[in-house]
Design a protein around this ligand. Sequence first.
Ligand code: HEM
Length: 327
Amino acid sequence: MIKKIFPFVLATLTLMSAPVAAFADDDTVATEIVDTMNKLFGVHPGFRANHAKGLVTEGHFKASPDAAGLSKAAIFNGSSIPVTVRFSDSTGVPNIPDGKANANPHGLSIKYHLPDGSETDMVINSLHFFPVASGADFHDMLQAIAASPDNAPKPTKLDQFFEAHPAAPKALATPHTPDSFADEIYYGINAFIFTNKAGQKQAVRYQAVPEKIVHLDAAEAAKQAPDFLIDELPKRLAKGPVTFHLKAQLAAPTDPTNDATKPWPDDRKLVDLGVLTIEKAVPDSLSAQKALLFLPGQVIDGIDVSDDPLIGTRDSAYAVSFSRRSQ
Ligand code: HEM
């Protein structure tokens, strides 16, 4: 997957200035999505088109014995794997107040550094499921948001979009402001396929489950200092590590892997894949985050992308955003 992406990063500059046919492929829709994000949130040189505000931390992941039974991926072999983890607020606004409703969903991006120098990523957030199932619908939703300012006549374009896509308002209502990045549960949303040593395959969706979940109500969230989440985590880490259990929700054969608007039933088995331990915030998070690119489709042997079409659109969109913010 990554081999496919880096030539694309280089090609992006050409694509950006060329007239493009609407949605011929992932790269086209991704470029238009990033254009729309830039319109909605403004262009902030050096910052991500979405999840612009964040904090980079470091730690390690140690898999449980159950993980190797599901996937032969090297991150699940039980050794201690160094990780870089970025927590983030939504939107492309680098100084969004952390307690603002639009700063939801919050993000958790994990980069696993393998002994052979390779990397694999998980890029997850606090939505329980996604508002739309395809990149084209995500583009249309962003366009509808852009066309629906507070003073827009009713029904707004967004009202109309929600009417036609009933999962969207439901998904957008799922995340709440946490009292700490450490006290939030993060969902993988997109499905991936594990293969174990015996060649058995299993569709999974990730969850990163904290020691405890603490949410603020809207009034409490609005009273918080603008950087309360970004400032709190380094102080908490100075006192000791923060841990999450990485879990895999196992799909039943009838569960859809290609529709992120459809959460799998709560009674599906959750397997504890191991413990993600965050040890410290990096000294210069702003410059560290500029150099980092997390890609949902950057997988290693033992983990494959599923037929969920969002993963390809996401890989392309993150590459477009990276190309623009690296200039
Ligand atoms: C078609 C669907 C989606 C599109 C087009 C999209 C687009 C983007 C873009 C352009 C960025 C900035 C990337 C960068 O500059 O490095 C971003 C960041 C991010 N997105 Fe998405 N996204 C989508 C779906 C999702 C989903 C389903 C999740 C969670 C499961 C998610 C979680 C995140 C997170 C956590 C970040 C911050 C990454 C980082 O820390 O570098 N996104 N997204």
